[in-house]
Design a protein. Structure first.
Length: 177
């Protein structure tokens, strides 16, 4: 197979997988995904969302990094609400803040956010002036209130019954030119 030329906006690399502790190769070294083995019961204070943390250095020439976290939400109350926000190292990205609500529903949700690289850094949008060393990306999550509770990584119903089944999250990073 010959050389594949990447032009503006093309995918340079995509890494990730199921959060089972596996180590994956990237252009700048190995990355180990978290090993999520249990349901996460949310509280009313922010906590790290299990399965959402990754330490990553994009390849040279990357102009945008897309962060994608896939996770199951299960309701505990008739109307459940959760808030999720992306961090780059210790800095919350204001524009990444999102709320997921469900009324007697459950399902797999996708948190997706594009991080631009180049120009003037901006913590509101997550723009980075440059990205040449490892940075840790992660979500923090909380439930809206103690009467709007949610669980992550769990189904509330399975095979025609109220049987909870663990659902391991997935995490992917895509570097674009």
């Amino acid at each position: 197979m010959g050389l594949i030329k990447i032009t503006g906006g093309g995918v340079i690399e995509k890494v990730g997988g199921i959060c089972d502790g596996q180590t994956i190769k990237s252009a700048n070294g190995d990355i180990t995904l978290e090993n999520v083995t249990a349901v996460q019961n949310l509280g009313t204070s922010y906590a790290d969302q299990t399965g959402s943390s990754i330490t990553y250095t994009p390849p040279t020439g990357t102009k945008t990094v897309i962060y994608e976290a896939y996770f199951q939400i299960s309701v505990q109350d008739s109307h459940s609400i959760s808030h999720h926000q992306l961090y780059i190292d210790a800095q919350v990205i204001n524009d990444s803040r999102t709320t997921y609500g469900a009324t007697n529903k459950q399902g797999t949700y996708i948190f997706k956010y594009a991080i631009p690289i180049g120009g003037t850094a901006d913590t509101t949008t997550g723009r980075l002036a440059s990205w040449t060393a490892a940075k840790t990306l992660k979500l923090q999550v909380r439930e809206y209130s103690s009467t709007n509770e949610q669980m992550l990584h769990d189904t509330q119903h399975w095979d025609g019954a109220g049987t909870n089944v663990f659902h391991r999250p997935e995490l992917f990073i895509t570097a674009l030119s």
